[in-house]
Design a protein around this ligand. Sequence first.
Ligand SMILES: Nc1nc2c(ncn2[C@@H]2O[C@H](COP(=O)(O)OP(=O)(O)OP(=O)(O)O)[C@@H](O)[C@H]2O)c(=O)[nH]1
Length: 384
Amino acid sequence: MADNQQRVALEKVRQLYLYYRYSMPVNVAIALTWGAVLYGYVPDQQLLAWNSLVIGVVAARMLHSRRRTLQGFTLPARRLEWEFSIGSALMGSLWGAASWQFLPALPGFYQAFLVITAYGLVSGGFVSMITSRLSFNLFAWTTILPPLAVLAGGNLEMQLPAFGLVLFAGFFIFSTYPRMARHVEMGIRSNIKNELLVEDLRCANEKITAMSLQDALTGISNRRALDQHLDEHWRLAARHKDHIGLIMIDVDKFKDYNDELGHLAGDECLQIVAQAIASFSRRPADMAARYGGEEFVLLLPDTEQSGAELLAEEVRAHIEQLALSHPTVAGGVVTVSCGVAVTEVSSDISYDVLIKAADNALYSAKNKGRNRVELAPELIKSGE
Ligand SMILES: Nc1nc2c(ncn2[C@@H]2O[C@H](COP(=O)(O)OP(=O)(O)OP(=O)(O)O)[C@@H](O)[C@H]2O)c(=O)[nH]1
C-alpha cells in the first residue's frame, strides 16, 4: 500500500516535470511580448533586466528539470515537488513584479493586455501544474495578486474589471482546480493499480510456466521441459551438423528399494539421485531431467561420443559413491545403469531416434548386470 502511495506521488511529480517542458517556450514568448508592449513606457534598463531575469530563470528551470528527468526521479517525491515549487514561485514573482512595477505606466489598453495575459499564464499553470497544488498556488498567487492590487488601488474604471477578475479567479480557477486535480489523481491511481495487476499477472504466469516445466518431486526439469529443450537444440544442431548426446539413467532395482524401505524413502532417494545427476549438467545448454518414474536423462548438446560416455561413467560412479543403502542389491548401495547415445544431427532424423537408441543401450546395461554404462551404435540414421 505504502509502495503504491509512493508510486502515485512519483508519477504526479513526473507529470509535473514533463508538462513543464511545454510551458517554458510559452513563458519566454509572453515575456518577450510584454517587453515589446512595455518598450517606450518604462526605462529600457529595467525592461532589459526583467526580460533577462525571466529568460535566465526559465533556462535554469529547464536545466534543473532535464537533470532530474535524466536521473529518473530518484529523489523523494516531496523533495522534487518542493524544488519545482521554488521555481514556480520564482517565475510567478517575476510576472507579479513586472505587473506591479510596469502596469501603472501603461495606457488602459495595454494594462488590459497585461492583466489578461497574466490570467492566461495562470490558466496554463492550471493544466501544467494539475498534479501539484503547492506549485500551482505559489505560481498563481504570485502572478495574479500584484496586478489585482494595482487595479484595486486605481480609479473605479480599474476597480470594476479587478472585481470581475477576482470573481473569475475565485470561482473558476481556484474552485475548479481541486476537483480537476482529484480527477487527475484518480486517473493516475487507477493506471498504477492496472500496472500492478499486470505485473502480478506476469509474475503468476512466469511461476505457472516454471512449474509446468519442473518435476514436482525432485525439482529438476520434467519431461515436457526436456522435449522443448531437445526440440530447440535439435533444430540448431541440424543447421550446423553438430553432435548431440543423450544419457538415459535408471535406478537399479528400485522396486525392491520401495518394497523394502517404503515409498517415502523411495521418494527421498529419487530426490538425492536427481540432484546428483543435475550436478553433471555443467554447460549452459546441458539439461538434466526426470524422464519418468526412476528414470532420468542428461541431454548434452554439442557433445561427441567419447565425452558423453565419460560423463555417463562419472555419473554412475558418483551415485555409487553416495553410498545410499539399498538392502537387496549385491553391493548394498543404490546404483544406476546408463545408456548413452550420440548422433550427428541432420534434419531427416527425429530426436525420438536418439531417445530410443539411449533406451536400448540402457536396456542392454540392465541385461548385462546393472551398475554400468552401455553405448548405442554411434551414427544412428533414420529408420535404423
Ligand atoms: N518412491 C517412488 N517410487 C517410484 C516413483 N516413480 C516410480 N517409482 C517406482 O520405481 C519402480 C520401478 O521399478 P521397475 O520398473 O520394475 O524397475 P526396477 O525395480 O528399478 O528394476 P530395474 O530397472 O530392472 O533395475 C516401481 O516400483 C515404481 O513404483 C516415485 O516417484 N517415487
